[in-house]
Design a protein around this ligand. Structure first.
Ligand code: AMP
Length: 354
């Protein structure tokens, strides 16, 4: 399936990733149709059409699928019951979408693809929570198996005997317990795979998180990451290939003393790849559009010596007048409503060198 410029790309999800996908699509001559449940999603502000409906509304999804040439997503928690309505036009496909929906299934899949994951256990009962503390030790992080993002649905247990209480704090949902990974730095591999199976990756960025939320991504990522990136790229590429993924996929890693450990897989463009807009020959967003439309991939070469992307969280976005006055700062404001604490409102990318 090849979608020619002038065609319409459906984007499921209305956040900033959808917005930046729609901007990249416009540059290549495509129109976008956003599908999201929110009243005024920021992606719809730059799209030709918007359908407001729940992700579980199979009729609305069928009508949306009819109206678009290809459908993609910026949000992976589309319920399985809705997939029949769109699967024929969905790129990446259902296998990719489902892998990021459940942390336990994701970890088993990563291992089958040759990746290493940290020590973990499924937690479905109080007894499991206690066993996890006994076997994995403290500190311990409990994460809901489904619907977690940006540190939501996660809680740390640091005090002996508190694992059940920690599980209470995530509402006793089916969870995974993970031992704390003693990493040196975090990084990610962003990989693009075309409809013909051609694969390309960007330089892996080093990622700094605070309270489970990404603060900054930078390239080059430094020696520790550079020593591990070949193996990490092999793992990420293997994951994309086993899924028959078409589009961009991101694998987050912990760089540990004995090599890379996979933290999680996102079957989509990623916050840690925003620097590619200004600092790579082809951005992650354009590359995703190219892949889902059946076009050849562009070059992923880095075109500046350094790039650093910083998120604007909550009311940090109010600092925009200072940022737009800063020479060379590339400011992105997502046009979202309320700047709630921790909400991703924009980002700024700074480049260095030629
Ligand atoms: P996640 O939502 O799973 O990507 O977690 C968000 C962030 O929390 C990660 O990027 C790490 O900084 C931290 N984190 C999550 N799980 C662990 C772990 N098992 N060990 C150490 N840090 C973790």
């Amino acid at each position: 399936m090849r979608v020619e410029p002038g065609g319409t790309i459906g984007i499921i999800g209305g956040g900033q990733l959808g917005r930046m996908l729609a901007v990249a699509a416009a540059q290549l001559g495509y129109k976008c149709h956003v599908f999201a449940p929110d009243a005024d999603p920021c992606a719809a502000g730059v799209a030709a059409r918007f359908t407001r409906a729940a992700y579980s509304d199979a009729d609305a999804l069928s009508a949306f699928a009819e109206a678009v040439d290809v459908a993609t997503y910026e949000f992976e928690n589309i319920p399985a019951s809705s997939l029949a309505a769109i699967h024929a036009k969905l790129r990446p496909g259902v296998a990719s979408l489902q892998i990021g929906q459940d942390r336990a299934i994701e970890k088993q899949f990563i291992k089958r693809c040759g990746g290493r994951v940290g020590k973990w256990m499924a937690v479905d009962t109080e007894a499991d929570a206690r066993t996890a503390e006994d076997q994995l030790g403290l500190p311990l992080v409990l994460k809901t198996r489904r619907l977690g993002y940006d540190g939501k649905g996660q809680a740390w247990s640091r005090v002996a005997g508190s694992a059940v209480e920690t599980w209470d704090s995530i509402e006793r949902q089916p969870a995974v317990a993970e031992a704390r990974v003693d990493f040196e730095v975090e990084f990610s591999v962003i990989v693009a795979r075309s409809a013909e199976g051609m694969v390309a990756t960007w330089d892996p960025p080093m990622n700094e998180h605070r309270d489970g939320i990404l603060r900054r991504s930078s390239v080059p990522a430094g020696e520790i990451v550079e020593a591990q990136q070949e193996e990490a790229i092999r793992i990420a590429t293997g994951i994309a290939e086993s899924l028959g993924h078409i589009g961009v996929l991101t694998v987050e890693f912990f760089a540990c003393a004995d090599g890379p450990i996979v933290n999680e897989v996102a079957p989509r463009v990623h916050n840690s790849g925003h620097w590619t807009i200004e600092a790579a020959a082809t951005s992650q967003f354009e590359q995703h559009i190219r892949a889902v439309c059946g076009l050849p991939l562009g070059s992923t070469q880095r075109i500046t010596a350094r790039a650093s992307m910083e998120n604007l969280l909550g009311n940090e976005v109010d600092g925009w007048p200072r940022l737009v006055a800063e020479p060379g700062a590339h400011v992105h404001i997502y046009g979202k409503g309320e700047p709630r604490p921790g909400r991703k409102m924009g980002h700024v990318t700074r480049l260095g060198g030629a």
